[in-house]
Write a new protein. Structure first.
Length: 395
């Protein structure tokens, strides 16, 4: 899948940079064009791979390149005011060569959480290509303002994009881990999971062709209908083909269905099905109950000799049973790596505790805002009355 990636804010820019690094390492060619947008000049200067001409500093008249200080309302205002500057960079994107736009943002800060929904709305008004969001939720230990920003931004972002893919830092940060080290590891995990998914179907000259091709239309159809999506991933190392021509422990070879470790094709199928279960029931980018997911897509990647069609089909049927969805697609993605991986996209998920928590935060915040406003109005009335009482004796 060919994407135009736009990193909005510090986290968004760093993740787009990581995607470009992933492209260089794997040759997957996912990122057709990359843009970074920020209100902080230092964040843009810290990027390594996004071309300088595609780094857009907005809000200079208001914040002088110093960022918005976690004020997402200010971030949204600046994005509205300077949308033409962002569009200037997007105009350089060869839109006829992309399958979709992907706006990536951390939803806890001010620039990304405020500006990304504004940009999504703008792009959908101009282009016919799908506009997806990849939103990163802040960890609970990052502070109340970041949780409140995420609660506000999430509601708006999910409404403005064609689908919002979510990664929850709270589910991935390790206790005692430094913040910087933790985020680097999390960004690697984000790119690994989404890279396998978006890389499916991108075949170059001389590459192995999948038996059951997963192309961009399969991903687009799975994401159709909007809502929230999460990704599961599981991988297992495999041994390369040995000198005798027999395949490794992961697939059946040519010696009567047995490989060099004595496993037959049926056992191989079971191993792939097991990977699918691990991916779906393990740690998702956004933890949730998979039952009730509206749509799903299974991508099995690995060396072509290790991809078993029967196992993939069985894994797809298992996903149908677990999700209750009749819209479960699946296929393989041959790559030259020493592992076989199952990547599962679950779209239209509903039973998500973290989202319910954010919605509650937003409700409580709104109640607090109303209370504060009422208190302020009451105090103002009291001041006016006191002033009037002081003036009355003079007349």
């Amino acid at each position: 899948m060919k994407l135009a990636m736009i990193g909005f804010g510090q986290a968004g820019g760093k993740i787009v940079d990581k995607f470009l690094e992933y492209d260089e390492a794997t040759g997957s060619g996912i990122v057709r064009s990359a843009v970074a947008v920020n209100t902080a000049k230092a964040d843009l200067l810290g990027l390594e791979r996004i071309p300088k001409k595609h780094r857009v500093l907005i809000g200079q008249a208001r914040v002088k390149g110093h960022g918005v200080g976690a004020d997402n309302e200010l971030g949204a205002e600046i994005a509205e005011e300077d949308i033409d500057e962002v569009q200037g960079a997007i105009d350089n994107i060869p839109v006829h060569e992309i399958d979709a736009f992907l706006i990536i943002a951390g939803l806890g800060g001010g620039t990304g959480s405020g500006g990304s929904p504004v940009l999504a709305k703008h792009l959908k008004r101009i282009y016919t290509e799908p506009v997806y969001g990849l939103g990163v939720l802040p960890g609970g230990d990052e502070g109340g303002i970041y949780t409140l920003n995420a609660a506000r931004s999430f509601q708006t972002f999910v409404r403005e994009v064609d689908n919002l893919l979510v990664f929850d830092n709270d589910a991935w940060r390790k206790s005692g881990e430094s913040m910087e080290g933790g985020y680097d590891e999390i960004n690697d995990e984000i790119v690994r999971r989404f890279g396998v998914l978006f890389g499916a179907g991108e075949v170059g000259a001389g590459d192995a062709v999948a038996e059951s091709v997963v192309d961009s239309s399969e991903i687009i159809n799975t994401l159709a209908g909007g809502g929230v999506s999460t990704i599961g991933y599981a991988a297992e190392g495999v041994e390369p083909t040995n000198d005798s021509g027999l395949l490794s422990r992961f697939t059946g070879g040519d010696d009567g269905g047995l490989d060099d470790s004595g496993m037959d094709a049926a056992n191989t199928t079971n191993r792939i099905t097991s990977l699918v279960r691990k991916a779906a029931l393990g740690r998702l980018t956004l933890p949730c109950e998979i039952d009730g997911a509206e749509r799903a897509l299974l991508v099995m990647s690995g060396p072509p000799e290790h991809l078993n069609r029967k196992g993939i089909e069985r894994g797809r049927k298992w996903l149908e049973e677990q999700t209750g969805s009749m819209e479960v697609r699946g296929g393989d993605y041959p790559v030259s790596e020493n592992n076989v991986a199952a990547s599962i996209l679950l779209s239209g998920v509903h039973n998500v505790p973290r989202i319910k928590e954010l919605q509650q935060v937003a409700i409580e915040a709104q109640d607090n805002i109303d209370d504060i406003r009422q208190q302020s109005e009451a105090q103002l009335e009291e001041l006016v009355e006191d002033d009037q009482d002081e003036l009355d004796p003079l007349f």
